[in-house]
Write a protein that binds this ligand. Structure first.
Ligand SMILES: *Cc1c(COP(=O)(O)O)cnc(C)c1O
Length: 369
């Protein structure tokens, strides 16, 4: 009765499209946060089958879940607890993004415990001010890395950073700092084979900054990383369609209040359709009165208050019956609302819309597994 239909062929096509935008660079497919709501394991398995070079996740729990599901390609995880135990991660050949000397020491300790050489990617804070070593901390992190390399406990496979995507001027400063960081590493004899900086947006905006690998998240799911560009502008195909069945239709008179707070009142004798999706499924309550859904190819305003489990649509005299499919968002090329439309109505970004979809939605995969 509530379905997120995930088109794996669209994800494969989006990978090919993004490879075309970054020729020569490896691609790290970012599947953190349950693959932005698309279901981490099925998405990762398809990306692996498509020959993607790397998978990226935020934390080790996600990385280990991928290994358990049969992912054998390189996995990078970059966000860790302050006292993270890296033993299981190193044992499973998870590559570790390292921001601090304390983390590096814990990784080296885990390497010693497992008898493996841990592969690390040094995370540099070039100006986002999130994780990563600042340019001031960098020399110390590099020296610590050098020590552990000397003891055969770590290998610096990568060096990376992340842009703020504020504007070109700010991003170009970050690109410059990234080059300084790479040069500082080289001065100490550290030559990581993978320099990587750009996510979806930077990969589209700064071809000069693709380096050895690009980390692509949102574009793989067919969404534009920019609010002033659509998916279609880049040839991307939205992979998620959020649907539900109409569960009840009833006639009501003019002047009837609908749902909590009577945000909407019928203006004529009409029909109401009940849809079993609410904010528990991730549909933002804030879009009440601000968004539309599609039923049988007709757009209907979501005029009444979205509740925890359900919302009600005034379908007027349109032919709508229980069992009909309601598309909440999907690929706008098929005439349904886009995740971008819902994002605009919720005053957020498409990333948040797809990632927050969950609750009692069931995911169904279409396309080759
Ligand atoms: C989430 C994330 C990405 C992917 O970003 P998109 O904008 O979705 O492509 C890349 N790198 C890092 C460090 C991230 O946290």
């Amino acid at each position: 009765m509530r379905e997120l239909v995930i088109n794996l062929d669209a994800i494969a096509a989006n990978l090919a499209t993004m490879r075309g935008h970054a020729p020569g660079a490896k691609v790290c497919g970012v599947v953190k946060a349950n693959a932005y709501g698309h279901g981490m394991v099925p998405v990762a398995l398809r990306l692996q089958a498509e020959g993607i070079d790397y998978l990226g996740v935020a934390d080790l729990t996600e990385a280990l879940e991928l290994r358990a599901a049969g992912i054998t390609i390189p996995i990078l995880a970059w966000l860790h607890d302050f006292n993270e135990d890296f033993v299981a991660g190193v044992a499973a050949d998870i590559q570790i993004g390292v921001s601090t000397i304390a983390q590096l020491d814990l990784v080296a300790k885990a390497a010693r415990a497992t008898g493996k050489i841990a592969q690390v990617h040094l995370k540099i804070d070039t100006g986002l001010s999130r994780n990563g070593a600042t340019m001031a901390e960098l020399p110390h992190l590099l020296r610590a890395a050098k020590d552990w390399i000397g003891q055969n406990l770590i290998k610096v496979t990568g060096i990376f950073s992340h842009l703020s995507s504020t504007d070109a001027a700010s991003d170009l400063i970050q690109i410059e700092r990234f080059e300084l960081a790479v040069a500082a590493a080289a001065e100490l004899g550290i030559h990581p084979e993978l320099r990587h900086l750009t996510a979806s947006d930077g990969s589209l905006s700064y071809p000069q900054a693709h380096y050895d690998m690009v980390r692509i998240g949102v574009a793989l799911y067919g969404l534009s990383p920019f609010t002033n560009h659509t998916s279609a502008d880049y040839g991307l195909i939205p992979a998620m369609t959020a649907t539900a069945s109409v569960v009840q239709v009833k006639g009501v008179p003019a002047g009837e209040g609908v749902s909590y707070g009577y945000l909407y009142r019928t203006s004529a004798d009409t029909n109401l359709a009940l849809v079993p999706v609410g904010y528990a499924e991730g549909l933002p309550r804030h879009v009440s009165g601000r968004a539309s859904v599609s039923i049988n190819g007709v757009s209907h305003h979501l005029a009444s208050r979205i509740a925890m489990d359900q919302f009600v649509i005034d379908v007027g005299n349109h032919e709508v019956k229980p069992g009909d499919t309601v598309v909440i968002f999907g690929d706008p090329a098929t005439g349904v609302p886009a995740a971008d439309d819902l994002a605009a109505a919720a005053e957020t970004i498409n990333y948040e819309i797809v990632t927050r979809m969950g609750g009692r939605f069931k995911r169904r995969y279409v396309g080759q597994a």
